[in-house]
Design a protein around this ligand. Structure first.
Ligand code: 5GP
Ligand code: ZN
Length: 116
């Protein structure tokens, strides 16, 4: 999928509305429309990439930045004490439904393991 038809690119361009919780030069974080936990936030790179299988050396900083943003949001929302889960679904079998790399930040309840 190219960036032009991509839902998350449209959210980044503010053509589709979302509840934004963080924005900087290279990333955007917004609330998931169908939350699976009391806190469910998606953190995306502004540069379109279908999924992590397309990652190369040049993406190290951009992808690594998403983890730092997750930690900053967790701090801001008081999630550090009880903890949080980060999930990245890559491709069909992982259950990826939107082809733009995104980190799920989930918190506010106990999660089971292994995942479904
Ligand atoms: P995936 O299944 O690809 O790992 O995650 C995609 C996520 O995007 C899902 O959790 C889904 O609820 C969320 N999502 C789908 N459409 C929208 C939308 O229009 N706005 C927001 N905020 N989230 C969306
Ligand atoms: Zn995109």
């Amino acid at each position: 999928m190219s960036g032009a038809e991509c839902l998350f690119c449209k959210i980044i361009e503010k053509k589709v509305t979302a509840i934004i919780v963080h924005e900087d030069e290279s990333s955007l974080a917004f609330r998931d429309i169908n939350p699976q936990a009391p806190t469910h936030i998606l953190i995306v790179p502004k540069k379109h990439m279908d999924d992590l299988r397309g990652m190369n050396n040049a993406d190290r900083e951009g992808i690594g930045h998403l983890f730092l943003v997750a930690q900053q949001i967790a701090e801001k929302l008081n999630l550090l004490k009880n903890g949080y889960r980060m999930v990245i679904n890559n491709g069909r079998d992982a259950g990826q439904t939107v082809s733009h790399v995104h980190v799920h930040l989930l918190a506010g309840r106990r999660f089971s393991w292994p995942p479904g």
